[in-house]
Design a protein around this ligand. Structure first.
Ligand SMILES: Nc1ncnc2c1ncn2[C@@H]1O[C@H](COP(=O)(O)OP(=O)(O)OP(=O)(O)O)[C@@H](O)[C@H]1O
Length: 246
């Protein structure tokens, strides 16, 4: 469980996060939505240690993480899937996966066991192991990026706009890979511009506006709220969503 308590943070020109209080349930998918500039990415940045809050606390399973460096946050079990383009194109899939295990490189047995577990959940790691990452399809690359983030066995994975710029087919891969990640027991905290996509995928939804949490509720309840439709859905292009109705 992640608990944000009255978190304030900014970039020097005043606070962007204006006292965020939020509980992120363990082993669930939570999606944060909200208008541009609401502070969604900033919320992920304070958790990953890239930005230090000016006030408030963040607890991960009861332990404070708000004063840790990014490397310490990663070691505490919070990993981020980078935006697409995060693989080394001229390295093989296998080598990209091994780079994901850099932190545990000295524990060979553990690393091998983990790679085997992930290959079961994401078979492309095995079937394309010796191909260069650049030779994979966009969807396959996304799968490897997701799997790579899991090599060190994080308890929490952060996704910042995972469908940005993707075609509908690759969005579907992101949808499935996020579910697979969650089925492995990972807590997923994601930010998504595509509100329907994010809330269909998530168990819990959070709406942010002007640096604060406006609502936090089960995702299907948020999807059904008429004021949500008025706030966001007019802007979402229907045709670019996987599964027809997203
Ligand atoms: N590195 C930065 N330096 C200065 N200001 C920043 C920086 N990053 C973000 N901001 C400002 O902080 C505010 C919130 O940005 P943030 O990226 O968290 O919003 P967001 O809700 O993720 O928006 P979007 O949906 O547009 O990505 C914005 O006003 C933005 O201009």
């Amino acid at each position: 469980m992640i608990e944000f308590e009255n978190v304030r943070a900014g970039y020097g020109g005043g606070d962007v996060l204006q006292g965020v209080t939020l509980t992120v349930e363990r082993a669930a998918i939570t999606c944060v939505v909200g208008p541009n500039g609401a502070g969604k990415s900033t919320l992920l940045r304070v958790l990953s240690g890239l930005l230090r809050p000016s006030a408030g606390t963040i607890l991960l399973d009861g332990k404070p993480v708000h004063a840790l460096s990014p490397a310490e946050v990663l070691a505490a079990g919070v990993a981020q899937v980078p935006q697409q383009g995060g693989l080394f194109g001229n390295l093989t899939v296998r080598d990209n996966m091994l780079l994901g295990g850099y932190l545990i490189r000295s524990e060979r047995g553990r690393l091998k066991k983990r790679l085997d577990e992930l290959a079961e959940a994401f078979p492309v790691i095995t079937t394309r192991a010796h191909d260069k990452a650049a030779d994979l399809s966009g969807g396959q690359r996304r799968i490897v990026e997701f799997a790579r983030a899991l090599v060190t066995n994080p308890s929490v994975v952060l996704l910042d706009e995972p469908t940005l710029g993707l075609d509908p087919k690759t969005c579907e891969v992101v949808f499935e890979s996020t579910q697979t990640m969650n089925e492995l027991g990972v807590t997923v905290l994601m930010v998504e511009q595509n509100v329907r996509f994010g809330l269909k995928l998530a168990h819990h939804g959070v709406v942010m506006e002007r640096g604060q949490v406006l609502f936090a509720a089960p995702a299907d309840e948020l999807l059904a709220r008429p004021d949500m439709a008025a706030l966001f859905f007019g802007a979402a292009p229907e045709t670019s969503h996987p599964e027809g109705g997203l």
